[in-house]
Design a protein around this ligand. Structure first.
Ligand code: NAP
Length: 287
């Protein structure tokens, strides 16, 4: 059964719904940050090869696992992402091998995503084939996509040799960017939407409505945004490098937003992009 704390993916595997994002997290801080996050209760970390901190993330997980025999590898979910330069079958195979070497102390990778669709049909298709092979070999437990718009998802689903439907599509989602059509399309096809930049990279923290809800629920603005993300059914990836905010951002399971307040937040939707938007990248025949 899915719950607010974890979800079941299309292959039956479980994923914790709150993951620590480590985009731009200083590699020097990353091992300690991930270790502290696991102590606070996080069981999911979201990295990428382009973040240059995969090794440090794995070291933090490994440190926590070794500390206590009750700490089990299967309780932790480690995600990384394949960068655009590694698209294509052979480059992707090489890159996946490197990712697995970095993860050797933790045994396997829980999820690899194609980071963006920003290459070509041939390269995306080759990368997907390489991921399917890693999935079938069991070294990568789940495979998925990121920043794929509806047309990119349709492209994957139409691969003539498709063996594995992506488990996840990770895209920017928050109240100012609901992506309702994409979310519905993914769910219809049993692809779980994952919300990145759930804190809008800090860009909306002084929004009057958000602040009024924070006051009403006696929670921080960040906690309201993370709770909105969970209650809308997303896996959510708040990032912080600030130790004191680790606990704050995970302390979101002891309150509920009313349906009216969820709707008021969702109504803020204005297709606001906080960073970049590769979901609009043209397909080959649109270029
Ligand atoms: N697939 C993709 O293309 C993609 C793109 C973007 C993000 N992501 C993933 O999603 C994760 C999260 O997204 P993000 O890093 O873009 O942004 P985010 O989580 O929306 O926001 C992070 C920013 O909010 C601040 N912050 C954290 N907690 C806060 C709180 N309680 N109150 C006020 N400010 C707070 C952080 O500052 P401090 O760090 O200083 O605390 C940081 O500046 C990333 O780390 C990454 O794992 C994926």
């Amino acid at each position: 059964m899915s719950s607010i704390k974890q979800k079941i993916l299309n292959n039956g595997n479980v994923i914790p719904t709150v993951g620590l994002g480590v985009y731009e997290t200083d590699p020097k801080k990353c091992t300690d940050l991930v270790y502290e996050a696991l102590k606070v209760g996080y069981r999911h970390v979201d990295s990428a090869s382009i973040y240059k901190n995969e090794q440090e993330v794995c070291d933090g997980i490994s440190k926590w696992l070794k500390e206590d025999s009750s700490h089990k590898r299967e309780d932790v979910f480690y995600t990384t992402k394949l960068w655009d330069a590694d698209h294509g079958y052979e480059p992707a195979k090489k890159a996946i091998k490197l990712m697995l070497e970095k993860a050797k102390d933790i045994g396997y990778i829980d999820l690899i995503l194609i980071h963006t669709p920003k290459t070509s049909y041939k390269k995306r298709h080759g990368a997907w084939k390489a991921l399917e092979e890693a999935y079938e070999a069991g070294t990568v437990k789940n495979i998925g996509i990121s920043n794929y718009g509806i047309k990119h998802v349709k492209e994957v689903l139409a691969y003539p040799d498709l063996k594995v439907v992506p488990a996840i599509n990770q895209v920017e989602i928050h109240p100012w960017l609901g992506r309702k059509d994409l979310v519905e399309f993914c769910r219809q096809n049993k692809i779980t939407p994952e919300a990145y930049s759930p804190l809008v990279r800090g860009q909306k923290m002084t929004d009057p409505l958000l602040l009024s809800l924070a006051k009403k629920y006696n929670k921080s603005a960040g906690q309201i945004l993370i709770r909105w993300s969970l209650e809308e059914g997303f896996i959510t990836l708040p990032k912080t490098e600030t130790m004191s905010r680790l606990a704050e951002n995970f302390d979101v399971f002891d309150f509920e937003l009313s349906p009216e307040d969820i709707k008021t937040l969702s109504d803020l939707d204005e297709y606001y992009i906080s960073g970049w938007d590769p979901t609009i990248y043209p397909l080959d025949d649109e270029k």
